[in-house]
Design a protein around this ligand. Structure first.
Ligand code: ATP
Ligand code: LTN
Length: 328
């Protein structure tokens, strides 16, 4: 069975873009492969320094992953800091990647530019080495990620290949996979930018835990264009096409087919809003239920950490042995 791994940082609240672009595919993929999903709290540490916030954000992210449908009996869901091999192998990865390679990472360049004048941690710079460890620890063959993460998977491949040629065959060389139904959800107020938690305002963003009335309001206020024709055309009509894409992602019908059913923008907006509300209703209910039983969430994460740890320990031991570190 193919081994698949993907991770998410416990930063910010999960939005419709994260769900339709990533999480939903993790859920549909769990029965086709042996899947591992990490909540990478140590990665979030690169940009978080408020005491006490990460643990809480991690629990909420875990509840969300189970609420959207990851089945703890099928998928291995774990917290990165619960499996110490991540940081242990992370150091080995840092010693296998060059300063020059890390300097070329666009995520580092973007994020450090945004924080100019602010504290830029060395962790933000070495982040891809820890991400490489996350991936190779699990012998992951496939890593489902959005376009923004491709460069990090490429550098992971380079590191794994370099390690294997220095110390002998040790790591599986992973490849990035773009999910089949890889919806790219755009901001409702600025449909030429992707829906993102780092967007300036919240009015174009739909959170998974948002109240139905608030969701409907955001859809009704979605930016379209000054024409009146409903047509699927990403370049010329980004707002209308985004609404059609969202409705398509919820209903399973192609956006072009849906476009033929509408002659006005109003009904398209309310139908897209209602489809999202209905899709989120059971997720919200499950989330609330899961959050009432923190002990059960802790138990599920403990089980995940045990399963993840068993695989991670074996890989780290293999790596140490191939390097030739003195056994204790
Ligand atoms: P940021 O704005 O800080 O980059 P984000 O909202 O883009 O955050 P991430 O945590 O970077 O979210 O991404 C988590 C996952 O969600 C990634 O796999 C990413 O590819 C996917 N994703 C994020 N935004 C969208 C979007 N608008 N459409 C589709 N997929 C998305
Ligand atoms: N860098 C990713 C999160 C991430 C990840 C991973 C994704 C950390 N480790 C391993 C896939 C595999 C992000 O910012 N979305």
């Amino acid at each position: 069975m193919t081994r698949v791994l993907s991770c998410i940082q416990p930063t910010g609240d999960v939005h419709l873009g994260n769900y339709l672009g990533a999480l939903r595919n993790w859920v549909s993929g769990q029965h086709e492969a042996d899947v591992f999903h990490g909540i990478v709290d140590l990665h979030a540490l690169t940009v978080t320094d408020t005491p006490g916030t990460l643990g809480d954000a991690t629990v909420r992210m875990a509840a969300m992953l189970f609420a959207v449908g990851l089945d703890p009996d099928v998928a291995t869901v774990f917290v990165q800091s619960h499996v110490p091999e991540h940081t242990q192998l992370g150091w080995v990865m840092e010693c296998t990647v060059s300063f020059g390679e890390l300097s070329r990472m666009t995520q580092f360049k973007d994020k450090s530019a945004k924080r100019e004048g602010d504290f830029i941690s060395a962790g933000l710079f070495t982040y891809p080495a820890l991400q490489a460890a996350d991936i190779v620890l699990y012998d992951a063959e496939e890593v489902p990620v959005g376009e923004d993460q491709r460069q990090h998977i490429e550098i992971t491949r380079d590191i794994a290949i370099r390690f294997n040629s220095r110390f002998g065959d040790t790591f599986v060389v992973p490849k990035a996979v773009t999910p089949k139904a890889g919806a790219r959800v755009m901001d409702l107020q600025d449909p030429t930018s992707k829906m993102s938690k780092s967007a300036g305002s919240d009015t174009g963003l739909v959170y998974l835990l948002e109240e139905p009335a608030a969701i409907m309001k955001k859809f009704k206020r979605a930016v379209t264009d000054s024409e009146t024709e409903v047509r699927y055309d990403r370049a010329e009509k980004p707002g209308v096409s985004n609404l059609l894409d969202i409705l398509a992602a919820c209903s399973g019908e192609p956006a072009e087919v849906l476009a033929c059913r509408y002659t006005q923008y109003g009904p398209l907006k309310s139908d897209a809003g209602e489809a999202v509300v209905e899709m989120l209703r059971p997720i919200q209910a499950r989330y609330q239920e899961l959050m009432t039983d923190r002990a059960e969430l802790a138990r599920l994460l403990h089980v995940g950490a045990e399963r993840a740890g068993a695989v991670a320990r074996a890989t780290l031991a293999r790596a140490y042995e191939h390097i030739g570190l003195l056994p204790r």
